[in-house]
Design a binder for this molecule. Structure first.
Ligand code: PLP
Length: 372
């Protein structure tokens, strides 16, 4: 039997609400679940406005354009994250400027931000990685001091808090994803949150092709079709009802893995907590220690052969061929992020995981480590 890296949990009101969509014929983005989901989600994260979009990547695209970032503007962001973050900046004509990661939390090292600020810097894009939030207060202080906007990518942080404040409430504009491996899912989906009415209006317009209130089909600006369907929003409402339960389950998964793997000297496992938060384990990541004679790809191959699904960690932005071809990040190095990208991977940690399989997964991890 193969243990997949992620299985979602869909046994709440999903079927009931989806059936209602089909019975009433409301399947497009015009249906009532979309606004309901936006309002409930924004409320849960302590924000005024929610704008539902078709995924977490386009949420970033819309956020960057809504903030008015332009050609040559610089945005400071982590080297270690998903391509969506840098892609949104580059597509808007702006320039991503990278900082390295902290070796223990795997988040961007906020102490490196100030040295990267120039007269062209317009924003800081923070990305909370794998389950622990970025240390936000120093970021918010810098943003205030230098007049920068903060874009918060909270795609892995549904239900997480930073010093008691909800993740997703900490940026001028914050984004989420509802891909099936996130804490709540709509299949594909995303959300933009803000307290700024004008930014919210901009995002709504960008999501909907920048249709104008006057004559439909006459456009002053180019937008996109980034709309979420009523079917997806119906799932979102059902999933949101269970968010606390899902976060508790993720923490249970994390604590079971921690109990069984914390003795492994050659393996770095996620920190359980920091002074500002407790891990919610979007994924349970492992980083091979320097004494292990093989890298993450080899470990994943061996675990796959033993019936355990895994995924590699992100690959650094400065090492992306697509950005190198554009002449970005020439000669730059971020050693902590580079090491994580080469030696990190994650084990099955989705909400649908049968917890009784965790001891078996851990035995197999220990076995492949012993077979160096
Ligand atoms: C998943 C994820 C995204 C992208 O979301 P999609 O819905 O898959 O487009 C963006 N940022 C981070 C940090 C993510 O984990």
């Amino acid at each position: 039997m193969f243990i997949p890296v992620n299985e979602p949990c869909l046994e709440g009101n999903e079927i009931k609400y989806l059936t209602e969509c089909i019975q009433t014929g409301w399947i497009s983005s015009e249906g009532p679940y979309v606004t309901q989901f936006e309002q409930l989600f924004a409320q849960r994260m302590g924000r005024k406005y929610g704008i539902a979009v078709s995924n977490g990547s386009v949420a970033l695209d819309a956020a960057v354009v809504a903030l008015g970032l332009e050609k040559g503007d610089e945005v400071i962001m982590p080297a270690f994250t998903i391509i969506s973050c840098a892609a949104a900046i580059v597509r808007a004509g702006a320039v991503p400027v990278l900082v390295d990661s902290e070796p223990d939390t795997w988040n961007m090292d906020v102490s490196q931000i100030e040295a990267k600020i120039t007269p062209r810097t317009r924003a800081i894009m923070v990305v909370h990685i794998y389950g622990l939030p970025v240390d936000m207060d120093p970021v918010l202080e810098l943003a205030h001091k230098y007049g920068l906007k903060v874009i918060e990518d909270a795609a892995e942080m549904h239900g997480q808090t930073y010093k008691g404040r909800p993740c997703g409430s900490l940026g001028d504009i914050s984004t989420f994803s509802f891909y099936p491996n996130k804490h709540i899912t709509t299949g594909e989906g995303g959300m933009i949150l803000t307290d700024d009415e004008q930014l919210a209006e901009r995002c709504r317009s960008l999501r909907n092709l920048c249709f104008q209130p006057g004559r439909r089909f006459v456009h002053e600006e180019l937008g996109w079709n980034f709309r979420l369907t009523n079917l997806q929003a119906a799932m979102g409402v059902a999933q949101l009802e269970r968010l606390d339960e899902f976060v508790a389950r993720k923490r249970e998964i994390g604590s079971r893995y921690t109990a069984l793997l914390s003795g492994q000297k050659s393996l770095q496992i996620p920190m359980e907590s920091t002074p500002y938060s407790r891990n919610i384990y979007w994924v349970f990541g492992l980083v091979l220690g320097p004494e292990v004679p093989f890298d993450a790809m080899e470990a994943m191959k061996r675990l796959g052969e033993a019936g355990v699904g895994t995924r590699p960690f992100f690959w650094c932005m400065h090492e992306q061929p697509v950005f190198q071809k554009m002449g970005l990040f020439v000669g730059e190095h971020y050693p902590v992020a580079e090491n994580m990208a080469r030696r990190g991977f994650y084990v099955p940690s989705g909400l649908g995981l049968n917890l009784d399989l965790i001891p078996e997964i851990c035995s197999k991890v220990k076995l492949i480590l012993s077979q160096s």
